[in-house]
Ligand binder design. Structure first.
Ligand SMILES: *[C@@H]1O[C@H](CO)[C@@H](O)[C@H](O)[C@H]1NC(C)=O
Ligand SMILES: *[C@@H]1O[C@H](CO)[C@@H](O)[C@H](O)[C@H]1NC(C)=O
Length: 99
């Protein structure tokens, strides 16, 4: 969660080493203009297998724009992270941490 000024990030451990997707992978869902918020992407991470047998990952960003966001994505061993779906929270969470 602390990566990229608390925007957060994900990485994958494989037999051949760590796979670290480029920062640009997140730009569409986590736009630059919100970077000072610190989305905490990666606070939770899980994986599921789709009906077609594809390995998908699910990660939460509880502080995204005050309401939180969950992304579902694929992450290939070449570092290609593709976000397939995202869900935004609806409830504003008040906390002293917010500026
Ligand atoms: C962030 O939240 C504001 C206020 O609810 C909203 O207007 C804006 O569209 C949101 N931005 C993103 C990228 O979700
Ligand atoms: C990553 O994968 C997506 C979906 O398969 C593809 O459209 C995109 O071109 C790939 N990007 C790179 C940099 O390989």
């Amino acid at each position: 969660v602390g990566a990229y000024d608390w925007n957060g990030a994900v990485l994958k451990e494989t037999r051949h080493g760590k796979v670290v997707p480029p920062k640009s992978s997140y730009l569409e869902e986590f736009p630059e203009e919100l970077k000072n918020h610190g989305a905490y992407l990666g606070y939770t991470v899980n994986s599921v297998v789709s009906a077609k047998g594809r390995q998908l990952y699910v990660a939460g960003a509880p502080r995204f724009n005050h309401t939180g966001k969950v992304i579902i994505f694929t992450l290939r061993n070449n570092g290609n992270l593709t976000i397939l779906h995202s869900l935004k929270g609806q409830q504003v969470r008040h906390s002293k941490r917010y500026k």
